[in-house]
Design a protein around this ligand. Structure first.
Ligand code: EPU
Length: 423
């Protein structure tokens, strides 16, 4: 078990380079399973979720090896067994993204019901329904989905009742090798989905986004290898932007397309935080904190709306705004638990129900002993500790390592006082 020791009160200044997006790379690793050719992914973030998926894929019999420059080389020549065990699924919900590719390429898989972050119930019923629509036979027994498609998958029209990112991706991955046309209605529009589309097209898949919410896929017999660079992580970028805002510093965030953060930067601007975006050198944004932060009312939405994954970090900024801010979490029914830890640090937050909170500001935050419950709550508590006086001791660091590459060394380079200790 490790902990972060953070002494706050230092305005963070400088530049930070953003890693490849966690929520894209995992699906791209799964996409490499669709071909027996070699695939190379570049700009792969050094995060533990990548290692967990690498472990699960290696156990199946695929070769997944890091290259010297931090790229990942994947060759899925053949499978020793078509099984994703509970162990992998418990560590990471995204292991379920192997369902579509394994079913589509090999015609069967036994895959565990996933666990993942403790945010809401997070079922996978929409993934399973989509595979059934594509002709798969799926039985659920003792925590495992037994899925098969003896005669192969066939194209179908899939209409999601509400937007699901990974559900869209699983259906899309499966559809690439299915016979005939697959149409996905109410498809997710997240930039990570479109980067996956770009990779699949480069592998020979016939996919098109024919309307903002519609993807059309014409199945092909075979996909080939590819070299693909993972897009920059807009959620990591948003977190560092907020680090500038809450500490009253100035940070230039590089390596992310700022248009992917438009809802977020619009909100920051409305709160009186100076943000400037640029396209050169892979894109980025410059954010300067200051006094007189204004409150805001935010509602999380699928892309292009305000990302649920930035909701908790934003709450820290709201504690420093002059007035009452409100949060409406529409994606998850259980993503406000972090507020209890912020209250321990001095925040004034009223949780009205499992989806609504009111935050009064400005309040001074104080260093405390707090515990991280999930990935984004981890970033939130680190931001709060950076904004607080005194020293905080933050446990549950492993949740942060799932999705933020070397967070403490990046923060130290910006002037933060943060160290990791074994506890
Ligand atoms: N849902 C269902 N049934 C399903 C699938 C989803 O009810 O079969 C529900 C979920 O419980 C949730 C909503 O639908 O209430 C939307 O979930 P979605 O499927 O879009 O989430 P996801 O694909 O599992 C990805 C990201 C999450 C991010 C969400 C929403 C990955 C690996 N994860 O999850 O990222 O919060 O989209 O944008 O791509 C994070 O990075 O911290 C994180 C949790």
């Amino acid at each position: 078990m490790q902990k972060f020791i953070v002494t706050g009160g230092v305005p963070l200044r400088g530049e930070v380079r953003i890693a490849g997006a966690k929520n894209a790379v995992l699906k791209m690793m799964a996409a490499a399973v669709l071909t027996d050719d070699r695939c190379v992914l570049r700009n792969v973030p050094r995060i533990s979720d990548v290692q967990i998926l690498r472990g699960a894929m290696t156990d199946i019999g695929f070769s997944v090896s890091p290259l010297e420059d931090g790229a990942l080389e994947i060759t899925a020549a053949g499978a020793d067994w078509l099984f994703v065990p509970l162990e992998a699924a418990m560590k990471m919900r995204s292991s379920f993204i192997l369902l579509g590719p394994l079913l589509s390429r090999f015609g069967r898989v036994i895959i565990s019901n996933p666990g993942g972050d403790r945010i809401g119930r997070r079922p996978v019923d929409l993934h399973v329904d989509a595979m059934r629509a594509l002709g798969a036979e799926i039985e659920y027994k003792n925590g495992y989905y037994f899925a098969q498609a003896p005669g192969g998958l066939r194209g179908a029209r899939i209409s999601f009742p509400y937007v699901t990112v990974m559900g869209t991706e699983n259906a899309m991955l499966a559809g690439t090798l299915a016979r005939g046309t697959t149409v996905i209605e109410n498809a997710a529009q997240e930039p990570e989905v479109d980067d996956l589309v770009a990779m699949l097209r480069a592998m020979g898949a016939k996919i098109e986004r024919t309307a903002p919410h519609r993807l059309e896929i014409e199945g092909v017999d075979r996909l080939h290898g590819v070299e693909h660079r993972v897009l920059g992580d807009r959620l990591e970028a948003g977190t560092f932007a907020m680090a500038a805002a809450v500490t009253g510093g100035e940070i230039t965030v590089r390596g992310v397309d700022p248009t992917h953060l438009a809802a977020f930067t619009d909100l920051l601007t409305g709160m009186g935080i100076s943000t400037e975006t640029f396209a050169e050198d892979g894109g980025g944004l410059r954010v300067r904190g200051g006094d007189g932060i204004r409150p805001a009312d935010v509602e999380t939405q699928p892309y292009p709306g305000f990302a649920t994954d930035l909701q908790a970090p934003l709450a820290v900024l709201m504690t420093q705004a002059h007035g009452i801010s409100t949060i409406h979490e529409t994606i998850y029914e259980d993503r406000l638990d972090y507020t209890m830890e912020l209250v321990k640090m001095g925040a004034v937050i009223e949780v009205l129900d499992e989806r609504h909170a009111r935050i009064a500001g400005p309040t001074a935050l104080h260093g405390r002993e707090v515990e991280i419950a999930d990935l984004r709550a981890g970033a939130t508590l680190i931001l709060a500790a950076l904004a607080a006086d005194e020293t905080s001791v933050i446990s549950g660091v492993e949740h942060v390592d799932r999705g933020y590459e070397a967070i403490e060394s990046k923060l130290v380079a910006l002037g933060a006082q943060i160290t990791r200790i074994d506890a």
